[in-house]
Each structure stands twice: as structure tokens, then as C-alpha cells.
Design a protein. Structure first.
Length: 82
């Protein structure tokens, strides 16, 4: 099981790296890149092959980061128009 706090420590934000976008361990690999690739159907194995400096825990951290951001969203019901 993934320790969410430990995983999220792999995500770094530095205004001097990729304009402050969340990245993996300060590398020039953004969380967005990882999530976009996964959403497009790129396998974890392919990501690890394409980015040799990436680790499985980094991919899990990107997913944990996204889940954390989504959990903070507030949803407001639409008012019915009559």
C-alpha cells in the first residue's frame, strides 16, 4: 500500500523548474506529463522505459498528487431554472 505522505514528498514545486509546475523529484518531468501519458494509454512500463530516471514510486506519487488535488475540489449543485 502506498504511503500518501511519503509519495507526495516526491512531488516538488520550484519556480525555476518548468515555471513552477509540480514535477517529479525536481526533474524536468512534470506531474502533468505523467498524467497525460497515462490518460492516453501509455503503460507504466513504457513510461519507465521512456524516462529512465523515473521510478514506479514517482508514477504512483503523480497519481496520489492528482487524487489529493481532486479531493480538494468543491462541487456546488446547479440551481434549477424554471
Amino acid at each position: 500500500m502506498l504511503d500518501k505522505d511519503l509519495a507526495l514528498r516526491r512531488i516538488t514545486v520550484d519556480p525555476h523548474v518548468l515555471l513552477g509546475k509540480p514535477t517529479i523529484r525536481g526533474l524536468r518531468i512534470s506531474v502533468e506529463q505523467i498524467l497525460t501519458a497515462l490518460a492516453a494509454g501509455v503503460s507504466t512500463a513504457d513510461l519507465l522505459q521512456d524516462y529512465p530516471e523515473l521510478e514506479l514510486a514517482d508514477i504512483q506519487a503523480a497519481l496520489a498528487y492528482a487524487a489529493e488535488r481532486v479531493s480538494e475540489e468543491r462541487v456546488y449543485p446547479l440551481e434549477a431554472t424554471t
